[in-house]
Design a protein around this ligand. Structure first.
Ligand code: NAP
Length: 302
């Protein structure tokens, strides 16, 4: 069973597993197939969906919106997270010379309004600033958030890939708590467990969201020494825990972190979503958790 959990003080309720839509273009689904996939994961209890304006070269939110438009009743059954502030250059934005960030009031509001249009919904549950932007003026971001909230366009706000100091800076200008910091957490990269990011989440009782828990697939395919060591340890743990696959072990490993991260599932295959849901029953000991740490680092704990 997938529980609903509170993300932060006064924060929204999310399903404890989130469905990511970054790779939606690659799934090559018709609008009806997208709707069927969405309904199936809602049925499993995975009701929170993760988007960004830039996903699929600015195509994913529109493709998702086409599916929602086929059955508007799904809107009330999901929590929509989307993001802004990355400026990609490409065929859609020929005026840009390099990828960069823009956290200006004007861009935040324009991006959120564009997401509403593409997703074909009236409001966004949570809007995140996608990347830490050294040119971010926190007062200006606060103005943008206040306006989007007052206009009923966005209910809550958060960040992604922010440093602990960046999180505190933005929080210092806001009336309501930021509801998450969405960060990379997987057995090949869990820097956020060491640089204070997750400590801060625990301090402010706010749950992080964990992206690329499976290393974007490299846990299964990576050929570095680190990937091979980690895979071998995960296989041993799979047997010990009675898990059906190593991705289940990874989800349990991510969820054991005391800041209570919500894993974001990256697959468009419903059977892999089911596998993730089944992993919620797994629990590992502290020693088992550190075996993955040791396999990843290639040395014991100090
Ligand atoms: P992930 O779960 O680490 O990787 C998903 C990839 O792994 C897919 O290509 C999937 O292929 C493959 N995979 C899954 N299970 C597998 C298995 N058993 N064997 C072989 N390959 C397998 O997640 P992610 O897609 O990188 O990220 C998840 C979500 O996090 C994204 O959708 C996005 O919403 C979010 N995200 C956020 C940020 C950020 O900066 N905030 C950055 C990256 C991602 P199949 O499709 O074939 O299953």
């Amino acid at each position: 069973m997938v529980n609903k959990v509170t993300m932060a003080p006064q924060g929204p309720q999310f399903s404890e597993l989130v469905q990511g839509y970054w790779r939606l273009v690659d799934w090559n689904m018709s609008a009806q197939e997208r709707l069927t996939f969405l309904k199936k994961h809602i049925e499993l209890g995975v009701t929170t969906v993760d988007h960004a304006d830039i996903y699929g070269n600015y195509e994913c939110d529109r493709l998702f919106g086409e599916a929602v438009a086929l059955d508007k009743s799904v809107r009330d059954q999901i929590e929509i997270v989307t993001k802004c502030n990355i400026m990609l250059c490409g065929d859609k934005t020929p005026e840009r010379k390099v990828n960069h960030y823009n956290s200006s009031k004007e861009h935040i509001i324009a991006s959120a309004e564009n997401s509403l249009k593409n997703l074909q919904v009236d409001n966004i549950d949570v809007l995140l600033l996608h990347r830490a932007d050294v040119l971010m003026n926190a007062d200006e971001v606060a103005e943008a958030f206040a306006q989007l909230k007052a206009d009923g366009k966005v209910n809550h706000f958060g960040v992604s890939n922010f440093t602990p100091r960046g999180f505190e800076l933005l929080q210092s200008r806001l009336d309501a708590p930021l509801v998450t910091n969405q960060v990379e957490i997987n057995p090949l990269n869990f820097e956020v467990a060491h640089d204070g990011t997750l400590d801060l989440m625990q301090t402010v009782r706010t749950r992080p969201m964990a992206w690329s828990c499976l290393g974007g697939g490299s846990i299964f395919t990576g050929s570095t020494e680190q990937a091979e060591r980690v895979r071998a340890e995960l296989e041993l743990l799979k047997e010990e825990l009675g898990a059906s696959s190593i991705d289940q072990v990874i989800y349990a490993w991510v969820r054991k972190l005391p800041s209570n991260p919500l894993p974001i599932i990256g697959s468009g295959k419903i059977e892999r979503v089911e596998t993730a849901v089944e992993s919620l029953k797994l629990e590992m000991t502290n020693e088992q958790w550190y075996r993955v740490w040791i396999a990843s680092k290639g040395h014991g704990v100090p």
